[in-house]
Design a protein around this ligand. Structure first.
Ligand code: C2E
Ligand code: MG
Ligand code: MG
Length: 878
């Protein structure tokens, strides 16, 4: 047993990385700490914990010693627990050293040490929290949520309210990242109530609440929480934390126009941390000082101060903590007409602003999938995606508004000192202009940006009194072009395309809606009437575009949406581009029905996961005939869902949605588990056939999924195969190759599914370590009557064999097709003419009934005369 010798409330248990200035960061409570006396396994573990916060490198060396001590010890019943503890701390230290990717497998291994179905212990939940934290810092919000949720349930089960409170704060921080501040607020408050009177937790919760209220515009409430957090930090004697919280306060005072107070607060913070240059974090205090000087109109001083903030910092690699300071720096340099110094800050601000929006969007998508609510302990259906993406899109505007609020506050102060009115008004307006430029102009191309389009749509619609249409133009293969052409030339290409559209269409505003998307606003309310214009745009790229004397072929796909709200138009027109691509069309108008109702989608996904648990979802098996031997040596696993309310649901109606929402991961791992178990049952029943599992394309480039799937499937390696679709293999070839290679090396065979439905050449697909090609049923079903299909099947079969692959024909519906396939030398057949998918017991009966049969189809004279194939010998024999 591991014995923790030190009190849980040890000071360094504080987590607490308070946020610098205006950058909103949340505080996540950390693991507990201890101090040490003797060198034993326990003492090394305790030392590792004690140093975790302040010196993760030192913690790592203690962990290494603990590991060595453990290795020297004879194995006992507690070895796995000790190894799990070591692994957990190891992962924590590595995460803190900023290497979460490295930490993840270590934490996962620690979890596995606890066995397949771990008992609800604190260690188990602690590992889950670590995994959650890793997921959060790597923006895997869905998984972070899942891990926090599981941890929360364990802490509840064992009655550990302190840890419950920690997890609630962590969940709150995800809502915070998603800009769902009201929800974040309720989690932070509940966290405090869950385990009251713990200074470390209260400090973290108050600081988090301060940041949240700031975002909600409740500045006074925010100040109160920062003040409470500061007092707690003071009681605990933590000077760095105090200074950081004071910086939050000062930044808020600047926003309120209380410059004297802000200045006093910053002085106090500097006094607390002492030497103002040795503390790495003091650069953020300098940043706030620069904001104050700038607002006072003391530009020279502001310039000197902001230089401290960015001293030794590479402007292209800064983190979110620097975002607002980049804006300040840009404004200062611009006011001093130092353009070349302002520009890199504008670039950095734009980069971080985009990044923050991406994080919010990704967190929101995960929250859509989330089913956890601490208060009700049951699933609540929220309009997360809807609200979330609107908030996301409004973010840029709200930031602009916030700045405006700041400007107004300042002007009020300026009434008191007339001279200051002039200076402040001028500098603020200039700052506003610079920021507007950053917001409304695409930094790479200089084209109007997405917020500019949104603003234009709202204005046009209001003037016209009716909706307007936005055409989004997705540039095909733009990512590849960017790699081939380089950054600068690809921007030139985009500009040249915009020019051509302008010239051909007479459009005034051609904007950049995203990295590979252009947009045009047309003041026509009926999107259908705009379709011919979209077609004209498409055709204007029949001739190549010239960049730097080089001709480049480009193609665009158009998505249209008519509306009055800019954010909706942009979002839906971009979705319409995807909808057009899905149906291989050149243009499409947004189809809301096809896109689905987010509420219903969420319900469907939670029902799907519930179905895997309550038995409504099951795997069924469609036998595959080995044509040369006439025996059933394999089967494909296909999921079947009988929804208690809705009845049977076809995989096509929920698998794509599961891919979109990320639920596919859990679902696929579940399906592999089922198939591995069923294969074992079949083997015991005397039918050691191979079973194929469908692996969704979105998963094959996910390294973690690859590892987990491998772990499950390797139990029956050699008898389990994976089917991946052709298109999936094409999307991210390098990553896919890596994962597929791992599976193949472990003896899991791979099949390329639905071949022919994508656009890849077989020679290219051969670079994947596959052993089987499954020809899409579109070519097979009608092959007996279609000469063209027959030719395609035959030539694909020959080519597959030439490349050393076995070929399977899917969708075989007639005996004639079956006979033809055999004649053509196709290896496997699968289709309704042989059998549909069936439950496992029925499969066993089927295999038993066919055990002594050789299935050998006979080609009829009619088909023979039609196709010119010689007659096949043999029939289905008993
Ligand atoms: P797929 O992997 O290409 O599976 C073959 C589909 O063709 C199955 O449809 C099967 O029932 C159907 N099929 C088989 N023989 C015939 C035939 O003779 N004629 C016709 N018209 N159809 C035939 P199903 O079960 O509806 O599944 C559709 C797709 O959904 C599958 O295509 C696969 O991509 C996906 N899917 C099914 N189960 C799973 C699963 O457990 N996990 C994942 N990730 N995807 C699944
Ligand atoms: Mg398949
Ligand atoms: Mg298929």
């Amino acid at each position: 047993m591991i014995i923790w010798r030190l009190p849980a409330s040890a000071l360094s248990a504080l987590v607490l990385l308070a946020s610098p200035a205006a950058a909103v960061q949340t505080l996540e409570p950390e693991i507990e700490t201890a101090s040490v006396e003797l060198i034993t396994f326990d003492s090394e573990i305790a030392a590792a914990r004690a140093n975790m916060m302040a010196n993760p490198n030192l913690a790592l060396s203690h962990i290494a010693t603990a590991e060595a001590l453990l290795a020297a010890r004879p194995p006992s019943s507690e070895s796995d627990l000790d190894l799990a503890t070591v692994g957990w701390l190891h992962a924590e230290a590595v995460t803190r050293l900023g290497r979460p990717i490295e930490a993840r497998p270590i934490a996962q291994q620690a979890l596995e040490r606890l066995g397949p179905d771990p008992a609800p212990t604190k260690l188990f939940a602690d590992i889950l929290v670590s995994l959650g934290r890793i997921d959060k810092v790597t923006s895997e919000y869905g998984r972070a949520f899942e891990n926090y949720q599981r941890a929360y349930q364990v802490y509840r089960a064992i009655g550990d309210t302190r840890s419950e409170s920690i997890v609630l704060q962590s969940i709150g921080s995800i809502y915070n990242d998603a800009h769902r501040y009201r929800r974040a607020e309720s989690y932070y408050i509940d966290a405090m109530n869950r385990h009251p009177g713990d200074p470390a937790l209260d400090l973290s919760a108050n600081n988090n609440l301060g940041n949240t209220y700031r975002e909600l515009g409740q500045y006074r409430v925010s100040l109160e929480h920062f003040e409470r957090a500061r007092r707690l930090a003071q009681d605990m004697g933590s000077s760095t934390l105090q200074a950081r919280i004071l910086n939050n306060t000062a930044s808020l005072q600047v926003a309120l126009g209380e410059l004297e107070a802000a200045s006093g607060t910053i002085d106090e913070a500097f006094a607390i941390i002492g030497d103002s240059t040795s503390n790495e974090w003091s650069r953020f205090l300098w940043g706030t000082r620069a904001q104050i000087s700038y607002e006072r109109g003391d530009l020279q001083r502001a310039r000197e101060e902001i230089a401290h903030t960015f001293d030794g910092v590479s402007l292209s690699d800064t983190t979110q903590s620097f975002r607002e300071f980049h804006a300040t720096a840009a404004a200062i340099y611009q006011a001093l007409t130092l353009w070349s110094e302002a520009v890199p800050h504008l670039h950095a601000f734009k980069r971080l602003d985009d990044e923050a929006r991406e994080v919010a969007a990704s967190a929101n998508t995960s929250l859509l999938a989330a089913q956890f609510d601490y208060a009700e302990q049951n699933m609540r259906i929220e309009q997360l995606r809807l609200e979330g993406s609107q908030q996301d899109l409004q973010l840029a505007n709200s930031q602009a508004r916030q700045r405006l609020t700041g400007v107004s506050a300042m002007l009020v102060c300026a009434l008191v000192v007339l001279l200051l009115i002039y200076v402040r008004h001028r500098t603020s307006r200039e700052r506003q202009l610079v920021l507007e430029k950053a917001l409304y102009e695409d930094i790479e191309t200089g084209l109007p940006s997405r917020p500019a389009v949104e603003r234009a749509i709202a204005g046009l619609a209001m003037d016209a009194g009716h909706p307007v249409t936005l055409i989004a133009l997705g540039i095909e293969r733009f990512k590849h072009l960017k790699i081939a052409l380089g950054f600068a030339r690809s921007a030139q290409l985009k500009l040249a395309m915009a020019e051509r559209i302008r010239a051909n269409l007479g459009a005034e505003m051609v904007a950049s809606l995203g990295p590979d998307t252009l947009g045009i606003v047309i003041a026509v309310s009926d999107a259908n009437a705009v379709l011919p214009a979209a077609e004209r745009i498409r055709r204007c790229f029949n001739n190549p575009v010239t960049v730097d004397g080089v001709d480049i072929d480009v193609a665009v796909t158009a998505g249209l949406y008519a509306g009055t709200v800019g954010e909706d138009c942009v979002k839906n027109a971009i979705i319409a581009v995807d909808q057009a691509r899905e149906t291989s069309s050149t243009a499409a108008i947004f189809d809301a029905v096809r896109f689905g109702d987010p509420d219903q989608n969420l319900t469907l996904m939670s029902r799907m996961i519930a179905a895997t648990r309550n038995g409504d979802m099951a795997m069924q098996y469609q036998p595959k005939l080995h044509l040369a031997s006439g025996r059933y040596h394999a089967a494909e696993a296909l999921c079947r869902w009988t929804d208690s309310d809705h009845g049977p649901r076809a995989p096509d109606t929920f698998i794509p949605l599961a891919e979109e929402t990320g639920h596919i991961r859990e679902f696929t791992l579940w399906s592999i588990e089922q198939v591995v178990r069923d294969q074992e049952i079949l083997r015991k029943a005397g039918h050691d056939i191979s079973l194929a599992v469908n692996i969704s394309g979105s998963l094959i480039s996910d390294p973690d999924f690859a590892t987990l799937a491998l772990r499950i499937a390797s139990r029956r390696a050699g008898r389990i195969s994976f089917e991946v679709t052709e298109t999936a293999a094409m999307q991210n070839p390098e990553r896919a190759l890596e994962n597929l290679g791992k599976w193949a090396a472990a003896g899991i065979k791979l099949a390329i599914d639905d071949y022919g439905s994508g656009l890849s050449s077989l020679a290219y697909l051969k670079t994947l370590p596959s052993h089987e090609l499954k020809l899409d049923r579109a070519f097979v079903t009608d092959m007996a009557s279609s000469q063209r299909d027959r030719m395609l099947v035959k030539s694909t079969s020959d080519l597959a064999h030439g490349l050393g692959l076995e070929m399977t024909a899917e969708g075989v519906e007639t005996l004639d097709s079956l006979a033809l396939l055999k004649l053509m030398g196709c290896d496997w057949a699968q289709g309704y003419v042989l059998a549909k998918a069936m439950p496992l017991p029925a499969l066993i009966t089927f295999l038993e009934a066919n055990a002594d049969k050789v299935v050998s189809p006979e080609i009829t004279d009619e088909v023979r005369s039609q196709t010119g194939y010689p007659a096949a010998r043999g029939t289905t024999r008993g």
